[in-house]
Design a binder for this molecule. Structure first.
Ligand SMILES: Cc1ncc(COP(=O)(O)O)c(C=O)c1O
Length: 482
């Protein structure tokens, strides 16, 4: 047995060289990467079906196996043929940053466990506040993604709003039921957060939307008043800075106003669209976001970061500390040499944390935010291009109008009945998976099934958009003939 897990310098060099070759191969044909590989589940499971390996194997042979079974079979999240969910494709410098981060294995929890990484995370929080025109006093924390960012924002909301009831110690016992308000288009991570926080999803009021899928302000006001009269405690409004279905942006200024009027917390879910508010031409649509008490953002969406990284911003560091600080002797800072250090473990739930901010920092330094904004703009332009093509095609129908980078539409063929249209669009999802050239998923708008293309990927071009419609048309025609 060796004395440690390390390879010799020569062996490590060989492994790194082989890894470099594999990475280069990933990017070699990136513009032609298929959206999906339709391997049966049992076959994929069989590749990894073996007992615990007690003996090691040759690392180069292992990398060959990884290439064959993991890299070459990967869903096409990097390439331009991915339209499902919100898959932003990552970027090269951030992958390198992730590799370096795990090489030095810093724990971004206590300042002295990662001085540079802690200061970098603080800096990225400042830059983020700057990008979206939020208060420069903002506190924040890197989290795993949009869902955790909203859970974190709502945790702080509950603990700070309910400080007079001392929920940190008493829990919610004996209090009037808290109620939370959002539009019916709000992402399910709000529901999950509400249930984790012990508020209960029955107390989440999903308010109807207008024809543009924005929250109906009149109904919101009426619901809050009705709840107050019925003995509930309305405590938080969740506004959307870009919904997952259509990219709708609620009237955030009006929501901030209502929250203020009723003395409520205002959280903004900006996981999908918050960061694109940095584009001057879109700023007006986000007016009011700067008034939020907490904001959820997702860097693995519109900052083109590899998974996982999101961010919660709040108006100052104190509210995070109020929510998360717990005294523990083994973490005490009293005997440390300096007192001007920000301790992330005192401002967030996790103790051990990866230094996620490093990849954001490196990519902002390497590309510059202007270049990233140019990619955001391109995504928007390509979405307008797709919408135009759909609107002018005889065999497609545009189902939503977005200011952001989502297009919802249906294949209508040329002679299909209403029922046939519904059936063929539903049948397209599994058929396109089987085909694999492009990967797109669907959703429902007012109960009606639609195809939903999300265009956040700096590797897309007008050719990829043309290809998307050609492939859908081709697969739809094949289904029609079956
Ligand atoms: C508006 C919105 N909120 C929250 C989320 C959840 O983000 P994540 O998948 O990073 O947890 C998403 C994901 O698409 C989203 O679009």
């Amino acid at each position: 047995m060796k004395n440690s897990l390390d390879y010799s310098p020569q062996e490590l060099q060989g492994i790194l060289q082989k890894t470099t070759d594999l990475v280069m191969q990933q990017y070699a044909n990136i513009d032609r990467q298929d959206g999906f590989h339709d391997y049966p589940q049992a076959e994929v499971a069989s590749w990894f079906d073996e007992p615990l390996p007690t003996e090691g194997c040759d690392a180069i042979a292992l990398l060959d196996y990884v290439k064959q079974r993991v890299l070459d079979t990967a869903t096409g999240n990097l390439g331009p043929n991915m339209y499902a969910y919100v898959m932003a494709g990552g970027n090269q410098i951030s992958s390198i940053a992730d590799f370096l981060t795990s090489t030095i294995n810093q724990n971004a929890t206590k300042w002295h466990l990662g001085p540079a990484m802690t200061e970098i995370e603080k800096r990225v929080i400042k830059w983020t506040a700057d990008m979206i025109n939020y208060t420069p006093e903002a506190g924040g924390v890197m989290v795993s993604g949009g869902s955790t960012a909203t859970l974190t924002g709502l945790t702080v909301a509950r603990n700070v709003f309910c400080r007079k009831f001392n929920v940190n110690q008493q829990g919610l016992f004996g209090m009037k039921p808290l109620t939370v308000y959002c539009s019916s288009e709000t992402h399910s991570s709000t529901d999950k957060s509400i249930s984790l926080l012990g508020i209960g999803t029955k107390q989440l009021r999903r308010i109807a939307t207008d024809e543009q899928f924005k929250i109906d302000l009149q109904q919101l006001r009426e619901q809050i008043e009705a709840d107050l009269a019925a003995g509930f405690m309305p405590f938080c409004i969740v506004g959307n800075a870009g919904t997952v279905n259509t990219g709708a942006i609620d009237d955030l200024a009006a929501l901030a106003d209502i929250a203020k009027q009723f003395d409520m917390w205002f959280h903004v879910d900006g996981a999908y669209g918050g960061l694109v508010s940095s584009l001057p031409e879109l700023k007006a649509k986000y007016a009011g976001m700067e008034l939020a008490d907490s904001i959820a953002l997702d860097f693995h969406k519109w900052l083109y970061q590899p998974f996982e990284i999101g961010c919660t911003l709040v108006r100052n560091w104190d509210v995070l500390r109020e929510s998360y600080f717990k005294q523990a002797d083994y973490l005490d800072t009293a005997l440390e040499s300096k007192t001007d250090r920000l301790e992330f473990n005192e401002h967030y739930f996790q103790l051990s944390r990866s230094a996620k901010a490093f990849k954001v920092w490196m990519s902002l330094k390497a590309y510059g935010f202007k270049q990233i904004q140019a990619m955001m703009k391109k995504d928007l332009e390509l979405t307008r291009y797709l919408e135009k093509k759909i609107a002018s095609a005889p065999d497609f129908e545009l189902m939503s109008q977005s200011d952001l980078a989502i297009a919802c539409f249906r294949y209508t063929g040329e002679l299909l009945s209403a029922e046939q249209v519904v059936n063929i669009n539903q049948a397209l999802i599994p058929a396109l998976e089987k085909d694999g050239r492009v990967f797109i998923t669907g959703t429902r708008l007012r109960g009606e099934f639609v195809l939903r293309a999300c265009i956040i990927n700096h590797r897309k071009t007008t050719d990829s958009i043309d290809y998307l419609l050609d492939v859908i048309r081709d697969v739809a025609q094949k289904i029609s003939m079956e």
